[in-house]
Write a protein that binds this ligand. Sequence first.
Ligand code: ZN
Length: 521
Amino acid sequence: MMKPFLAALLVAAAASGQSPRIAVKVDARIELMAVTEILADYGWTGLLARPDTSYHRDVDAWFAPFKNHAAVTRFAELARHGYTFDGPAGTMVCLSAPPELKQEGSDEECNAARAGGAASLAAWLEQLRDFYRVSDFDAFFRAHAGFYAMMEEATRKNLVRDYAADLESYYGIRQASYTIVPAPLLVGNFGRRHQRADGRSDVYGILGVTGNAYGVPQFGTVETLRELVWHEFGHSFVNPEVNRLGAGLEKSQKLLAPIAAKMRQMAYSDWRTVVIEHVDRAVTVRLAFRELGEAAGQRVLDREKASSFAYVEALAERLQEYEQNRDRYPTFGAFAPRLLAVFDELAARDLPADFYDIPLTGTINSVLSAGKAIYVVPTGEADGEAQRKIADYVKTIRDRFNAASEMVTDEQALARDLSAYCVIAYGTLSGNKWLAKYRAAIPAVAALDAAKDPGPLRLIATLSNPQNPKLGAIAFTATDAAAVPGINSLFAGPTSYVIGKGNDVLSAGDYQRKDGRWVLK
Ligand SMILES: [Zn+2]
């Protein structure tokens, strides 16, 4: 049960027909930061979008003369010393609007420590204000208002219900405002908040691009946006509670070791951060179960486990106690000590060897991370020239990502036992004989066959390893053999398949398990 007055508030908000609680707005502060990052060659962090949009070319052309501006060179230095990931974004949302860019939050809230301390941050902000003026950033931003509006509208269309209400009723707390900030120059998502004097927060979800469709940056589908909003905005509810109880986490510290390497890859390096991620994700899992049903909840849970968030399931189970006793626990904060006790309980147990096993969910990433890779090149392509190019390309990819892996022909692959491998096959569905044989086992082929675009179309899709259902395989295929080389530039990973033309993602989707087999969702 939720507190009656809170329920009344939520109903009133829903009934009043006021503008949606979640605003979608490109933010000049974040764009200013992104432009600075581009000029500072920040791409080494993996946090900048690919430069192949006309907007990015506009940025390059407009700001090239300011590449050596003090704000840029100083930022590059700060980044090398750890002012990365959500560090700069956290600073930006605690500033007033440009040109003032006045620090409005405390040094802690504005991430001053990560920017070399309060004095260092203040000095950099002074340089940033100058950069804003001399580069006439305001004119650049205004000149792209139409482009921003297009991205905002496309993103808004994919927000099909009031996710803020989901969060507020689950956590039992109301925030001051919610804003999604599409950030066309960035990849990765950041949840940040700025606390007002009354304790409520202005909550920001800064979303990097997930791909381009016909040159227009995309920020996710209905489904990915729902999870992003629940997750990124969820941090504004979870972080303060975990931080408040942070001292007590020492006892369960040893739970970090078994998952530390995977967590570090995602930039979650210390135990408290890992705990925060687990708690936020456990709530997202519960929201999926409650709002979308059993199958969807299970899918989200499987995916969290596949990403090595090994303790999410135990937390999600404990959260049901919270859900059933809201009279005792009107807010999430009241339940947080009981929830975090899950970690102490797990730390005190001898966890069984299979506790950390990862279920195969069918996404490209989950298949890639299970089993060692073997690359399969075609020998049956009608276009001999294209076939040679595919073999050269696959060798380049193999050398770059899995230098120790084998590369075999389709005929060799068919003659061998590949039950211990993640099979990665390149070529058309007829020219690669391994793919031709297992074509019917690739659920996404139906989606490719249904695609309206004349093509040539590319398809990256998983299938179950035909010799071992515990492992998977991936088809890198196209409707034309000549479209296979270069196919890895099509953004793929979080979903089971992606259909694209050139490097533009046309559609993407997931499988679900049915009678032990993967089928198109
Ligand atoms: Zn997170």
